[in-house]
Ligand binder design. Sequence first.
Ligand SMILES: Nc1nc2c(ncn2[C@@H]2O[C@H](COP(=O)(O)OP(=O)(O)OP(=O)(O)O)[C@@H](O)[C@H]2O)c(=O)[nH]1
Length: 425
Amino acid sequence: MERVLRRFSVAQRIGAIILLLLAPLATLSVVSMAVLNRQEMAFRDSVEESLHTLLPLSTLEQLLQRAMVDELEAQSHESVPDFASLTDNIDHTFATVETSGAGADVPMDRLTAAQQAWVQARPSVQRLIEQVTRSQAGDGDVTAALSRRELSKAISDVRDARKHLAAAVKGRYERAAAMRHRQLWWLVFGWAITLAAAAAMIVIVLRSILRPIHELGSSAGRFAAGDMSARLKVRGRDELSMLAEQFNAMAAYWEQTHREAMAEATVDALTGLPNRRRILALLAAELDVHRSGQRPLAVFMVDLNNFKSINDTYGHAAGDEALVWVAERMRAVLREGDHLGRLGGDEFLIVLPDTSPEQARELGERMAGAIASAAAGSTTRPTIGLGLATAPEHSWHMATLLGQADQDMYLGKRRARLDRNDDVM
Ligand SMILES: Nc1nc2c(ncn2[C@@H]2O[C@H](COP(=O)(O)OP(=O)(O)OP(=O)(O)O)[C@@H](O)[C@H]2O)c(=O)[nH]1
């Protein structure tokens, strides 16, 4: 997934995050508003329908009750209720509710019961209408025409019709309310699912941006701490991949530079041997290892004989050549694990791990002999003088050991000089 995402630029992915946030929110808001609006309209219609349906029946019931107690205004001829339009209204209501109720969620048993009650009350109400019409024309008493029993029966039927109709309307309202409730739940569910999906997508996109930044930070940290091999995986083609490539190129350049600087700092430029700093560090490390393992170790201090005269007679370049030649000769005699380094000038140091004094002496003689044979007859090839020190016999301490080797070499050279003088005399 991250591999696919990283084909797109960071800017495009940030755009996707914004879109992932805005698109679902806008869609959900529009859908929610539409649903809530529809629900409100349905509720208003339902209230209006209740009023239109029940009001005429309630009014009629009240008027009939007043007629029952002879309080009808018709007696005073002040105002006679408009029974005719009331009953027309009720007839119309039943017709409307029946039509709209068919197939809708109106409880039909209640509606039928209400209609039956109205059908029963209708003849009495009709007679009352006729009486009222006659009395308006000044022809007789309104209530006199209807027996109290008939009036009472009409009131009871109208009340029944009202109650059944009210129950039908209530039933319809309750079903509509249940539907509204369900719709609201679906809406909440829709919000939750959509937002969760959007959040998951945003997390995935954000990870594709933050993970490379984090990796870059930790690799830069490793590099700063001295780990020159720290590199980044290049996974895509986005800005962060380019940054990773540039980081890798920079790290490779500095690793190479560091390697070269380290080599310069530890290698003698003329002979290619470890320089003074390096050979002394090697000696210190070997002394540590051999002391803890109580293993024998030997060192040779080497100095070229009459080197100054080669320089003075044949020039500095010939001196350099002589130094390289001697270094190669000595290296050829040594084993793989032995160390040879140049201390400076015409002085070298040899470190022989796991070597007893006898083995070291034997090697020293062989080396000096081989070089002497190779240099025999040449005025530009020097011979060497060696000074030996061994551990544990002399010391495990580096300075003491080197001092001992130096002194041994000095004594050797002195002996050689005396020998030469004796020969001359
Ligand atoms: N060509 C060359 N000469 C160097 C180099 N480093 C030091 N020297 C010379 O080496 C010479 C060392 O002189 P000495 O210490 O007297 O050595 P020596 O002539 O061998 O004398 P002994 O050690 O007593 O036998 C000096 O003339 C230095 O200038 C170098 O890198 N190249």
